[in-house]
Design a protein around this ligand. Sequence first.
Ligand code: EPU
Length: 337
Amino acid sequence: MELKTDFSLKAFNTFKVEAAAARYVRFDSENEIVDFLGRNFLDGQRRLVLGGGSNLLFVDDFDGTVLHPLLKGIHVIKKERQHVWIRAMAGENWDDLVAFAVASGWGGIENLSLIPGSVGASAVQNIGAYGVEVKDLIDRVEAISIHNPEKVRFFPDDCRFGYRSSNFKGRWAGQFIITAVVFKLSRKPDFALAYPGVKSAVEKLGAMTLDNVRQAIVSIRQSKLPDPALIGNAGSFFKNPVIDGHALCGMLKLNPDLPHFPQGDDRYKVAAGWLIERCGWKGRSMGRAAVHDRQALVLVNLGGATGLEILELSEQVNGAVQAMFGIELEREVLVVR
Ligand code: EPU
């Protein structure tokens, strides 16, 4: 365990904005967490559980305590003929887990290749990409309750996973520290290739193998999404709005090429990146913050931007989408003040 005060979070957020935490605690084991919480160090303080920092925008210093579980380890805990269960600790890098699963020949999470962030955050956020959401692979989530430091387990039905959401992000926010996630993967992969462009990208590489699917996803992502190691960003800044069939019909009359994806129940997800591009914001900058030039749903730090500058840019973009399409975009990124 490591405890620091007035600690810079610049290296711990992928937007690479400057922000200091009044207190920062790094944990390397479950016991350290239980011990720390048991001593009531947090009494009344604001707190933030940090993962890979890839879905956060700090717009100010954080005057509470940042709790950073960096627990490591990936273990196979059960094997059956069709499936394997792997327990990954929350501080593992998400893509390292995907690489490990693919190299082992276990299918299910290969479409989630290269998503930045930690294993713990994958469950908070219900990460998703290219037709797969992590909720469908989660067997259980292990956590420690902050108020009453004991280990708890949650099953998918408890977590209310939705589109980039879960109880951990909603009504349980700030109540648990996720310590590990158990994933149920397939020993005989069943590929998810329905998302536009995925199947053809794999076919270009050759055989339908886990390795080729991973490689195809990596190249699709690299062709559109900025690498946070090179340019500060947090992936999609907004969620894709979900509208009903009536509203979609109205929009399609004026914009027949609007990309949309049926969600069941007469609901349709429409591409926010397309809406933003249509408003003329793709590639535009405001000071040191910009809308990415290859994927308008991603905002980037051109270098030295403050969190507030990025937030202000996002508000301009949202205002433009509202004015043109009457749709208010919801942030995917968590704004921390
Ligand atoms: N589009 C545009 N202009 C743009 C961006 C997109 O016209 O600037 C169009 C594309 O041509 C395509 C459609 O919008 O027809 C969808 O684009 P894309 O496949 O790039 O996906 P997205 O809906 O913009 C979502 C996720 C991504 C995920 C991809 C692939 C959300 C908020 N974002 O983006 O997730 O990688 O699908 O599944 O759901 C993230 O959550 O941080 C993230 C990157």
